[in-house]
Ligand binder design. Structure first.
Ligand SMILES: [Zn+2]
Length: 347
């Protein structure tokens, strides 16, 4: 199947498969939808189908010259344009125009994947418009854009738009597990839920590192330190390692929140909202024994506080230190009713 890798987008698959099978392709498509739901995957699948010389329109053979070049990333008639920094620059569009002024190098079509066209400033977008109005024959333009960003109506009107949607949780979890074989189904579902059904958002994250850090944090939270000094030492150590991860700190914090919410639910005698999150279950049991509702609420506030501080671009190391100190220290084995604690200050 051409779109075997495009999961959870049945309408887009149907529309594009029909166009491919019938040989009735528009000259430009705009795949529009949230980040991380398969827009670029769809574009690559279309390109693969068009470059294959042996297979049927519904299945590239992966053996012929066209397939081999494309799948090894060396097809001379496939051009992939991404934002440079934050935007697609006008120079990139000019370069594309130059490429399109010559016929394709091989006998088949030329495919241009232009990702995140919503990042184009007006000047670049207007320059692209001319190409979309009269694309030279033999070229297929595949554009992707985030639906939440404004796009020039003139671009919209010159492309056939194909809407993409957030994925159902089970499909999103399946994709995450394909991307990271070390991810168990409970964790994958929790992560999928956190991405709001857009698993591609996690693609760039270091899922292995993230999962390991989460497990370590859970172990630290579950284990009662011998002394306050030891708890402080552990907290500072965890802070260093957590501040070190480049991407995914926000996701880690989301997982912490989820964990404390589940523990609260356990306190209140509620079943977890999502039984698939059972990978957290053993930690939840221990956490419920260790903390009362006030303390759990305080831990959640600590996580929220860290999230806000990160959003304000506070120093990551400091944010993590404050967070882990609040999470791992200051507990008494048999908690008395809490006196309000002064919030930690982050400069
Ligand atoms: Zn082929």
């Amino acid at each position: 199947m051409v779109f075997a890798e495009l999961l959870g987008q049945p309408k887009a698959v149907q529309l594009l498969s029909r166009a491919l099978a019938g040989g009735r392709l528009a000259h430009a498509y705009l795949f529009i939808g949230p980040d991380g739901v398969g827009k670029a995957t769809a574009a690559r699948s279309m390109a693969a189908a068009l470059f294959c010389r042996e297979g049927t329109p519904s299945a590239p053979c992966r053996q012929c010259g066209g397939c081999r070049k494309f799948f090894s990333g060396n097809h001379p008639d496939f051009h992939h344009i991404l934002p440079q920094g934050a935007v697609i620059k006008i120079d990139q569009v000019r370069e594309l125009k130059k490429i399109l002024s010559f016929p394709p190098l091989e006998s088949g079509p030329r495919v241009i994947l232009l990702e995140d066209v919503h990042t184009m400033r007006r000047e670049a977008a207007n320059s692209l418009l001319k190409l979309l109005e009269e694309p030279p024959p033999g070229n297929l333009l595949l554009l992707t854009a985030d639906e939440s960003e404004p796009l020039l109506p003139t671009i919209l009107s010159r492309c056939q738009t194909v809407p993409f949607h957030p994925l159902p949780p089970a499909v999103a979890a399946d994709i995450l597990m394909r991307l990271d074989s070390g991810l168990d189904s409970g964790r994958a579902r929790a992560l999928a839920a956190l991405t709001g059904g857009c698993p591609g958002k996690i693609r760039s994250l270091d899922a292995e590192n993230l999962t390991r850090l989460f497990d370590e944090s859970m172990n630290c939270l579950a284990a009662q330190a011998e002394s306050e000094a030891e708890a402080i030492e552990t907290a500072l150590l965890m802070a260093v390692r957590t501040a070190d991860i480049r991407e995914g700190l926000e996701t880690l914090l989301d997982l912490f929140l989820l964990f404390f919410k589940e523990t609260m639910a356990a306190h209140l005698g509620r079943r977890p909202a999502d039984p698939e999150r059972s990978s957290m279950a053993p930690y939840v049991v221990r956490a419920r024994e260790r903390w009362n509702l006030d303390q759990l609420s305080d831990k959640m506030q600590a996580v929220e506080f860290a999230r806000e501080a990160l959003a304000r671009n506070c120093n990551r190391q400091m944010v993590c230190e404050v967070l882990f100190l609040r999470l791992l220290t200051g507990d008494k084995p048999n908690p008395e009713p809490e006196t309000p604690r002064r919030p930690h200050h982050i400069p």
